[in-house]
Design a protein around this ligand. Structure first.
Ligand SMILES: Cc1cc2nc3c(=O)[nH]c(=O)nc-3n(C[C@H](O)[C@H](O)[C@H](O)COP(=O)(O)OP(=O)(O)OC[C@H]3O[C@@H](n4cnc5c(N)ncnc54)[C@H](O)[C@@H]3O)c2cc1C
Length: 499
C-alpha cells in the first residue's frame, strides 16, 4: 500500500516508520526545512535551544516509548532528569545528599505540620497509584489484567474525585494543595476539571529527585524522567534515517493543501504547488480543526465528528525567551529545570489564560538549561537558558509581535529572583511567541502540548468518517506528551492495518 503522511513531527515519523517497517511505500510531507515539528532545535547567534519538550517520561530503558523506538533499532542516549519547585513563599529543592524517596513528604510535614497526617495518607495513596501505573504499563495478559484490577481496588474510592477535591481531601492548606495541582495549570486545566487520579500521575516523585531508584524487587517499578543527550531532535533524526534507509521518502519544505477524497475514501494529497500525489492511506497530524475543516473539508464529516471538532479543547500557547549566557545557571539553581510559581490561585491563572489575558510572568514560569544535557548547544564556556511560560495564543489586548520585547524583559526581570543579575549576562536572546509556534506547527491556533486533559473530553479520534483517512498527533491525545503522541500514532497505524 502507499501511505501519505502529513507532518514529520513525532506522530508522523512514528506512523511512517511503522509503515516502512511493514514494507509499505511511504511519503511524509512537512512544511519545515527539517523534520521533527516541535522536536526540532532552533538556533540563535551560535547557540541552539530546544523549542519543544524538555522533561520526558516513559523514555528510559524498559519504558514504553523506549520499547517503541527499539523496534526501529533506535536507542537514545539518555540521562535522568528532575526539577526543583519554587512556590511563592516556599521552595522544594532536592537535598544535596540523597534522603530517600519520601524526602518531599518529610520536608512538607515540617512546613505544614497541621497537614502531617494528610501527607502520610497521600503518600500511601501515591504508592498504591504507582502500583496501578506499573500494572498499566505491563504487557497485556490475563495475569496483568488481574493484577491491574487488584491494584485499583485501594484507589477506587478516589476515582470519581476531581483534582481539587482530591487535594482538599488530603490537605487543608491551600499552599500545599497548589503544590500538587500547579502542574495542571501548564496544561491550561483548572483543578476542578481534571480527574483526581491525574494528581499522583503528574507528580511522580521520581521527577523531583533523579536519585530515587526506579526498580523494586528487580522490576522496573517507577517511571523516571529523562533528557536526551544531544537534544530532542535526536528522536526525529533517528526516525527520519530509519524511514529513508528503508525506502521511505520525507518531503520537506512541502505543504499539503488538500486531502483528496473520492467516493468517501482518501485518495491522495494535493500539494500547495498544485501537484497531486496518489495514496491508498492518508494520515494527517497538526490541529484537528485546521486539518478537518480546511485540509479535508467539512462536507466529508458526520455530525458526531463535527461535534467533537467544535467541543474539544486544545491547550494554549507558550511564550519563550531563549538566552545565551556567560555563566552556568545550574551552578546557581542547583538544577537544570526549575518550576517557579507566582500564584496559588490556579483557577484564576487558567481562567486568564483562556480569556486571552497574558499574566506577564506573574502566575509563574520555568527556568530550563538545555546546555546541561547538551553542552555542545553553547559555545565553549557559555550556556543556554530558556525562560518560558504558558500564554494565550491570541492576546486580548495587543499582538505578540508588538508586545514581545516588553514581555520578554518582564519575564527576565522576574527570573532574576532566582538568577540574580541575569540580564547583564545575556549575550544572545531569541524570543518565541505563539505566532512563531503557529508557523512551526502549521496551526492557525498554537497549542503547545495537545489537548487539555479535562474529564469527559473527546478528542478527534484516529479513525475518521473518511475511509482510509487517519488522524494522529498531539490533538488526538489527552495531554499530548511524547509517549501519548507516539503511542497514539502507533495504535492508529495498527488499527489502520487491521482494517
Ligand atoms: C514548548 C513545548 C514544551 C513541551 N514539553 C513537553 C514535555 O516536557 N514532555 C512531553 O512529553 N511533551 C512535551 N511537549 C509536547 C510534545 O512535544 C508534542 O505533543 C509532540 O512533539 C507533538 O508532535 P506532533 O507530531 O503531534 O506535532 P508537531 O510537532 O507539531 O508536528 C507536526 C508537523 O506537521 C507539520 N504540518 C502540519 N500540517 C501540515 C501540512 N498541511 N503540510 C505540511 N506540513 C504540515 C507541521 O509543520 C509540523 O512540522 C511540549 C511541546 C512544546 C511545544
Amino acid at each position: 500500500m502507499k501511505f501519505a503522511v502529513i507532518g514529520a513531527g513525532l506522530a508522523g515519523l512514528v506512523f511512517g516508520a511503522m509503515a516502512v517497517k511493514d514494507g509499505h511505500e511511504v511519503v511524509i510531507y512537512d512544511k519545515n526545512p527539517v523534520a521533527g515539528g516541535v522536536l526540532a532545535l532552533c538556533e540563535a547567534g551560535g547557540y541552539r535551544f530546544e523549542q519543544g519538550p524538555l522533561l520526558m517520561c516513559d523514555l528510559l530503558p524498559g519504558e514504553p516509548m523506549s520499547d517503541l523506538l527499539a523496534q526501529f533499532g533506535i536507542h537514545l542516549d539518555l540521562m535522568r532528569a528532575d526539577r526543583n519547585v519554587e512556590m511563592p513563599d516556599y521552595s522544594m529543592q532536592k537535598p544535596e545528599k540523597y534522603e530517600g524517596p519520601y524526602w518531599r513528604r518529610d520536608r512538607l510535614k515540617e512546613l505544614f505540620p497541621s497537614d502531617a497526617k494528610g501527607l502520610d495518607e497521600y503518600y500511601r495513596f501515591y504508592d498504591n497509584m504507582m502500583r496501578v501505573r506499573y500494572n498499566l504499563n505491563r504487557k497485556p495478559s490475563l495475569r496483568s489484567a488481574f493484577a491491574l484490577a487488584a491494584s485499583f481496588v485501594p484507589v477506587a474510592r478516589y476515582s470519581r474525585m476531581t483534582a481539587q477535591q482530591l487535594v482538599e481531601h488530603f490537605f487543608k492548606d491551600r499552599k500545599l494543595q497548589a503544590l500538587y495541582t500547579g502542574i495542571l495549570a501548564d496544561y491550561c486545566a483548572d483543578p476542578d476539571e481534571v480527574w483526581g487520579l491525574a494528581v499522583p500521575m503528574t507528580n511522580l516523585e521520581t521527577g523531583f529527585d533523579d536519585r530515587i531508584p526506579l526498580e523494586k524487587n528487580g522490576r522496573k517499578f517507577l517511571g523516571g524522567f529523562g533528557y536526551i543527550k544531544g537534544g530532542c531532535q535526536k528522536i526525529a533524526e533517528e526516525l527520519s534515517s530509519y524511514i529513508t534507509q528503508n525506502g521511505g521518502v520525507i518531503k520537506l519544505n512541502t505543504v499539503v493543501g488538500k486531502v483528496l477524497v473520492e467516493n468517501g475514501r482518501a485518495a491522495g494529497v494535493r500539494l500547495a504547488d498544485g501537484t497531486f500525489e496518489k495514496a491508498d492511506v492518508v494520515a494527517g497530524s497538526g490541529s484537528g480543526r485546521d486539518f478537518f475543516l480546511k485540509t479535508v473539508g467539512e462536507e466529508y464529516l458526520d455530525s458526531s465528528y463535527k461535534n467533537i471538532l467544535e467541543t474539544y479543547r486544545p491547550m494554549e500557547a507558550v511564550f519563550m525567551v531563549h538566552a545565551g549566557v556567560d555563566f552556568n545557571p545550574v551552578d546557581v539553581l542547583g538544577t537544570a529545570l526549575c518550576y517557579c510559581y507566582g500564584s496559588y490561585d490556579l483557577h484564576r491563572a487558567t481562567e486568564r489564560l483562556r480569556n486571552g489575558e497574558y499574566h506577564d510572568g506573574e502566575d509563574g514560569f520555568l527556568l530550563f538549561v538545555p546546555s546541561y544535557h547538551a553542552p555542545e548547544f553553547a559555545p565553549p564556556g557559555r550556556h543556554c537558558l530558556t525562560v518560558y511560560t504558558v500564554a494565550p495564543d491570541t492576546l486580548k489586548d495587543g499582538d505578540w509581535e508588538s508586545e514581545k520585547e516588553k514581555y520578554a524583559d518582564h519575564l527576565l526581570e522576574r527570573a532574576e529572583r532566582y538568577l540574580p543579575g541575569l540580564r547583564q549576562h545575556i549575550t544572545v536572546k531569541k524570543i518565541m511567541t505563539a505566532a512563531d509556534y503557529r508557523n512551526l506547527t502549521h496551526m492557525s491556533k498554537s497549542s503547545f502540548g495537545g489537548t487539555v486533559p479535562v474529564r469527559h473530553q473527546k478528542n478527534p479520534p484516529h479513525k475518521t468518517p473518511v475511509k482510509n483517512l487517519w488522524f494522529i498527533g498531539q490533538q488526538s491525545e489527552n495531554g499530548g506528551g511524547l509517549w501519548a503522541v507516539s503511542g497514539g500514532a502507533a495504535a492508529a497505524y495498527k488499527a489502520c492495518i487491521r482494517r
